[in-house]
Design a protein around this ligand. Structure first.
Ligand SMILES: Cc1cc2nc3c(=O)[nH]c(=O)nc-3n(C[C@H](O)[C@H](O)[C@H](O)COP(=O)(O)O)c2cc1C
Length: 393
């Protein structure tokens, strides 16, 4: 069966590769909206959903995973930013996603940044994003989604702060996040608090420990029973800043972190320099692959595996996905692979994960999490030392 799915995916990949030059002739934002419209259409009735499943879905029991009490049919998820208004939830399970993070949603309606704001960098396998959190606002979107049955799809609600003014006001900003949390209190399976949008007018103020402390205190007051809360970090912070945020997450009882958001070109060396099309924005895709995996490794070790990690950045193949899992990630997010490789890459990654688990002798994703990033066994070292001390005495 796996071979048949592999052949199907290979043929779909060839079709996508042939169509890609034509798709890439379209303006990237226009192409994004056109594909979304196709997705809405495919998700609108049982027949097109069944057909989409036939061409794109893949299931295997070893992919089932429970994370912070939420059961996922597979760990492969859509990352925030693709579905900024939460319009495509009916089609994601048929494409093969186990989860989809919707948003970022903001407390207020947000038009985003003016002008051209999406650019392809094909040689770098990256998208330069200068959107600036455009979305219809938490009230409107939550009203539309409140009675939607997401079925086997698990849904993350990504909350960010409205990008409307360059002035930063701590209290207003916090209320913006908690307004979104309240609007979505009966919708979705987990929250992500996005403190790392690189394209906002007032920067990333919650890197400041005092502000972060105030935000996480408020977020906890708006917690919904049984709904994990994750915090999404930037890709290009100093290690001290990463450590301070991760420690604050542990201290405030956050359930985990999403690693990472987009990479700012001035802090990143992993793209083709002459391809950079614009002086603003931040990059997705391949330039993020190594840095996000390194951060997954670091945070997994620093927290002793106690914080859930959602790994995101430059996942194009099952090996990329498996590397993030074996480094410590329990769930995965992705966007760029859809754009550069096509939607069949979701089931191809899931299919490849099943093979890689088998090769390593694991029966489930849970068993593989962090398996190539072993945590230091401090207790054991202590025991050996104690015995040695006894022997010497
Ligand atoms: C077009 C686009 C829009 C994005 N918008 C958001 C967003 O609104 N909120 C967010 O947390 N991340 C956003 N991101 C970042 C992604 O969620 C993800 O962290 C990043 O793209 C790395 O994943 P990838 O390499 O698989 O694309 C966006 C990414 C892209 C490509």
């Amino acid at each position: 069966m796996s071979y048949i799915v592999g052949l199907r995916n290979f043929l779909l990949k060839v079709v996508y590769r042939i169509s890609r030059p034509v798709i890439f002739l379209m303006d990237p934002e226009a192409a994004h909206y056109r594909f979304k419209r196709v997705g809405v259409l495919l998700g609108s009735n049982a027949l097109t959903k069944a057909l989409t499943s036939f061409f794109f879905d893949y299931n295997h029991k070893s992919l089932n995973i429970t994370v912070d009490g939420v059961k996922y049919r597979n760990p492969v998820g859509l990352s925030a930013g693709f579905d900024k208004d939460g319009e495509l939830t009916s089609i994601y399970p048929s494409i093969g996603f186990g989860l989809a993070e919707l948003g970022s949603f903001t407390g207020e309606v947000c038009p985003g940044n003016p002008g051209k704001r999406l650019f392809r960098m094909p040689k770098s396998k990256s998208i330069l994003v200068w959107y600036g959190l455009n979305n219809q606002g938490a009230e409107k979107i939550s009203a539309r989604l409140k009675d939607v049955d997401f079925g086997r799809l698990r849904v993350g609600i990504n909350a960010a702060k409205s990008n409307l003014t360059p002035e930063f006001d701590l209290q207003e900003s916090i209320e913006d996040y908690t307004k979104t949390m309240d609007c979505f209190k009966d919708i979705g399976d987990y929250y992500t608090i996005n403190i790392s949008c690189p394209n906002t007018q007032d920067g990333e103020p919650f890197v400041n420990p005092e502000y972060l402390n105030a935000l996480l205190t408020a977020v906890n007051e708006h917690r919904v029973e049984g709904r994990p809360i994750y915090v999404k970090l930037a890709a290009d912070m100093e290690l001290d800043e990463v450590n301070a945020i991760v420690d604050a997450c542990v201290e405030h009882g956050m359930d985990g972190v999403v690693l990472t958001n987009l990479a700012k070109p001035k802090y990143n060396e992993e793209y083709v320099k002459e391809e950079l099309p614009f002086h603003k924005g931040a990059m997705s895709g391949l330039p993020l692959n190594r840095i996000s995996t390194s951060l997954v490794r670091h945070v997994y070790r620093r927290t002793g595996g106690k914080l859930t990690i959602i790994g995101v950045g430059g996942i194009f193949t099952a090996r990329d996905a498996y590397e993030k899992i074996t480094s410590g990630a329990s769930l995965l997010h992705m966007i760029s692979t859809l754009i550069f490789d096509g939607p069949q890459s979701i089931s191809e990654i899931n299919r490849g994960l099943v093979q890689l688990l088998k090769e390593d002798g694991f029966n489930s994703i849970e068993e593989a999490v962090g398996s190539r990033n072993p945590l230091p066994k401090l207790k054991a070292v202590q025991t050996v030392d104690d015995d040695k001390v006894k022997d010497i005495a």
